[in-house]
Ligand binder design. Structure first.
Ligand code: DUC
Ligand code: ZN
Ligand code: ZN
Length: 469
């Protein structure tokens, strides 16, 4: 007998939509049929849409921020928030600090995550110190052990890689068949703009956006693409904010380059005007993230890209800092200049409802495309398909039941994160996740995250970008 049967399901995958029953046994989907037979647990999905559980391929949890700043979410609250938002797997970053071995980094993050995760989890490693032994010995060993993706930064004092280092990382990634995610903003241009703005007394949070305009992102995106061409490696440009960097990605894709792209909720739901706060006041710090949100034209461009395949994945870039907190957005230095305000906003819980509502409910993208962007493509590009990211026999029973008609006003009081605000306060969405199922077990029902943290760590294969899944 089955463990669970989901009856009357309108099943939506990246390529299909049909009505059937789903049978689950030992955490996997074992039957999809008109009648899957008897089961110990019955779930009636009449009126609901059943989609693959969301995979959020870009979240920051418990990432060290130096002495005087702390991230709002650790693994427990961050993954609770994910489950509440219909996500069954997160991919947090494990940050290498200079001088640290990658193995040490990964072990520290495992220690932090163990026993705390409500959803499944797998790490990308941020490389900040690409020494010959890191690239020649550690990276190959880690790829073999299932850490098949890395992130590099083109900006930030403590993380930036110069062009020679980027090329070395890309070269190692080609050799080992690892996916490199690139934070594409130009370091020197941002430093120049920051100095100029500060000299002019323009220090409010709003000027964060002015200090890193789209041209800065466009230039770095082009540079990363050129380096990837030289080294003949696939890359993913992450958190793309608007039309100009998008055009670089489209140019590369037209030339047959293996360049993948990610965008995030803040680039469809916010603009730089949000950083103005009430009257150019500190409220604007709630929206400080990098790259910053742009303008209405950028939002239009992002929608085009979500539709036409310029974007492969849609992630949250959940990077939460509490607002009313001297170790969060309200650190003392932050009042003196935007340059000190921690970069990042919460969003793991609102990612799917925002895309569902603004995308599917408003007719901008199909439900199938939604699934591709939020589950199937992340699974393929990060080496987990078809175990994750689809509804098929043999796949993990990671499922989200959506009420496509439910109207909800997003508010901090609904959130499960440990942050003290949501940047999307007051937005009304249509379509809401009502049940999240992780490997056959219901982990969220009607807004309540149930049970103990039963998320597992997922070892991954080689990215589909190298011709795998
Ligand atoms: N990059 C990220 O990916 N997240 C938050 C801040 C940043 O710069
Ligand atoms: Zn980044
Ligand atoms: Zn990020």
């Amino acid at each position: 007998m089955l463990d669970t049967a989901i009856r009357n399901a309108t099943i939506i995958t990246a390529g299909d939509r049909y009505t059937a029953q789903i049978g689950i046994k030992n955490g996997r989907i074992t039957a999809i049929a008109e009648d899957v037979g008897p089961a110990a647990e019955e779930i009636d999905a009449a009126g609901m849409w059943v989609m693959p559980g969301g995979i959020d391929a870009h979240v920051h949890l418990e990432q060290p921020q130096g002495e005087d700043v702390v991230m709002a979410d650790g693994f427990e609250s961050g993954t609770r928030s994910a489950a509440a938002g219909g996500t069954t797997m997160v991919m947090p970053f494990a940050l290498q600090q200079k001088g640290q071995s990658l193995r040490e980094v990964v072990e520290a993050y495992h220690a932090a995550a163990r026993g705390k995760c409500y959803v499944d989890c797998s790490f990308h490693i941020i490389i900040t110190d690409p020494t010959p032994s890191v690239l020649g010995q550690e990276l190959p060993a880690l790829v073999k052990a299932g850490y098949t993706s890395f992130k590099v930064f083109m900006t930030y004092d403590d993380m930036v890689l110069n062009d020679a280092q980027l090329l070395d990382v890309f070269d190692a990634a080609r050799r080992e068949r690892a996916m490199v995610m690139v934070h594409a903003e130009g370091y020197d241009a941002i430093r120049y703009m920051t100095r100029k703005l500060e000299e002019a007394g323009r220090t409010a949070p709003y000027y964060h956006a002015a200090s890193r305009p789209e041209s800065v992102e466009r230039e770095a995106t082009h540079r990363a693409i050129s380096h990837a061409e030289l080294t003949d490696v696939p890359i993913m440009i992450v958190h793309v904010s608007g039309r100009e960097p998008m055009e670089q990605i489209q140019w590369a894709k037209r030339r047959g380059r293996n360049v993948y792209a990610e965008t995030c909720p803040q680039y469809i739901a916010l603009t730089a005007d949000d950083l103005k706060g009430l009257n150019m006041d500190f409220e604007g710090a709630k929206y400080v993230c990098s790259p910053p949100p742009r303008d209405a034209d950028s939002q239009t461009a992002i929608w085009e890209g979500l539709r036409d395949g310029t974007f492969d994945i849609f992630s949250s870039d959940h990077c939460p800092f509490r607002f009313e907190d001297p170790m969060g957005k309200s650190l003392e230095r932050g009042r003196t200049s935007f340059r000190w305000v921690p970069n990042g906003i919460p969003g793991v819980e609102t990612r799917l409802p925002l895309l569902f509502s603004e995308g599917i409910s408003k007719g901008r993208i199909s439900a199938e495309r939604f699934v591709a962007l939020t589950a199937t493509n992340p699974a393929r590009l990060f080496g987990m398909y078809p175990q994750k990211g689809t509804i098929a026999i043999g796949a993990d029973a990671d499922l989200t039941l959506w009420d496509p008609a439910r109207k909800i006003t997003i508010s901090q009081s609904l959130m499960h994160h440990a942050c003290d605000y949501t940047p999307y306060e007051g937005m009304v969405v249509t379509g809401w996740p009502v049940r999240t199922i992780l490997r056959g077990r219901t982990i969220m029902l009607d807004g309540e995250v149930t049970g103990t943290p039963a998320g597992a760590y997922v070892d991954r294969g080689i990215s589909g970008a190298f011709g795998g899944a």
